[in-house]
Design a protein around this ligand. Sequence first.
Ligand code: FES
Length: 641
Amino acid sequence: MPKLTIDNIELEVPDGTNVLEAARSIGIVIPHFCWHPALGRAGACRVCAVKLLDGPVKGLQMSCMLPVQDGMVVSTTDDEALAMRRAVIEWLMINHPHDCPVCDEGGECQLQDYTIAGGHGIRRYDGKKRTHINQQLGPLIEHEMNRCIQCYRCARFYQEYAGGSDFGVMGRSGAVYFGRQQDGRLESPFSGNLVDICPTGVFTDKTARFRARYWDYDMAPSLCPHCSLGCNTVPMARYRELLKVTARRNDDVNGWFICDRGRFSNAAVNDQERPRQALVDGRQVDMDAALDAALERLNEFIAQHGSGALAIIGSPRMSLEGNLLAARLRDLLGAGALCYFGDLVHAERTMEAVSLLNDGNSASQEDVRCADLVAVMECDLLEQAPMMALAVRQAWRNGARVFIVGGECRPDASYPELFKAEAVLSLADVPLAEAKHPVVICGTRHKGLDSIRLAAGNGAGVVFILDGPNAFGCALLVAEKGAVSLSEALAGGGIKGIIALEADLPDNLPGDIRVLVMADWLPNPVAERAEVFLPATSWVEMDGTYVNHEGRAQRFSRVMQPGLPLRGLTAELHPPRVHRHDAPGGELLPSWRIVAGLLERLGEGNIEEPLNGAWEQLRGLAPDSSGMKITLDTLKRNGAG
Ligand code: FES
């Protein structure tokens, strides 16, 4: 490992590290535009200049292009380096429009930051600026080519990292243009990352255009709830409206990126028609009155049918806290059934997946990115877990062989540029033994569990794509608490009433089953049958925990206050005529808090902390940490039943 000195600090870094990365490792940030940890170097922007004072290389150098060598003496603050960096910014600003006040990137723009940091206050160039015609890139991304500084990050991400071919760089003479051959919606399912990766305002989130500045947003570390991967995000909200979602770096999970589904699926949270009102028999009441009514209905139901006729239904889209308290409610009431999954097949396959995975064989997105062989069986990755498809692409780019097993579902069919795969009939045809770091990826529709178990036994990492952000957590609870699927519970014929917590109930729920209590934040087709309806918060309006597909428990934090978004409020509600502490439509509670309210009314005392027993280890898990693996083994070690 080479040793060098940067700004009088001696350090030792792994072979192949460049000077810019070495400086970052000790907290010295050298300005950079084209270098990106996930994309590597391009040497395009020339703003990362440093001075090599002594050693094997001397003089002014681009730190991102210079691999560390033993004995280097680097200064990041040398006058010559500072002057070079300042000059580069000035060149870039010659053509960059001075439109920060109307640019959506303003306040979160690297070019703006470095311009200010470089001490630029006066514009010396008074010539004509180069201008471009912008393109219509679809409803999600705004294009403003005049702001481009030619760092090539967008093209490198889109084409190299994400495998897109409908966007790139075109050049003629002195003109360089980043866009499509013609106007049109960007085809890549990862196109939204252009917004995050562009260091200035060429690509901005059209769905949040002109709505807020960076400092206006309510934001917090959160997770994506749209599949089981648990990608890390930073949702950004203003005036109780979720305006945009950006990727949050987690090297073990999503790296630096998220998919477009995770980024652009805000409509359900902001929907003015979202259920926000507690109801008893369709009558509007406040939350306390609804909880009191729920208790009455429960007592009346149990007196009539007995508690064995009651089923408590949690779900893989509810937080771990809510699902845990659902089990506690079952225990306290002595309910006949506790359910986390709708049908038996779904429940059994998720359970099989979770029982096969352990700390040693459960593979993360990072394990897939680093794999030298990937076998994908019986799942449509782009449909079920798009970021896993992007992880497979990184493995393929690094030389891994990719196999599609069975051929029933071709994960590369809808976006063939992503990776090239070899088709085989069964997992036995995949040369797993020839690989050092093989990974098998399968959906819960898998048929060949024995072959996957065999592969895992021989050292392969395993990924099961599950249904729902907390499906793994629910499967652990099934094992710990003895739950059954809803279809099994109903098949017995003894269930006469249910409490449904963020549960997707079947349309054909028998008419003689009373929906005593329902809590949800999404419109639920069975909600009309609920005797007591309790509106719940969405994930961005609460703190909570999801356990992702690999058994990684991750915390998410509340991003915004619940309540009707200010935009679109009716005249009676906005502007407010009286000062009030509660937001209109804001009387929502996290589902776990709703269950806690029921438990407290049943005599359980104050419930402040839902993570108990074997789950106590997750208390205090930091939302910006890498999370904590929790599998059946670890649960058992921690005393789960
Ligand atoms: Fe080094 Fe752009 S960051 S040349």
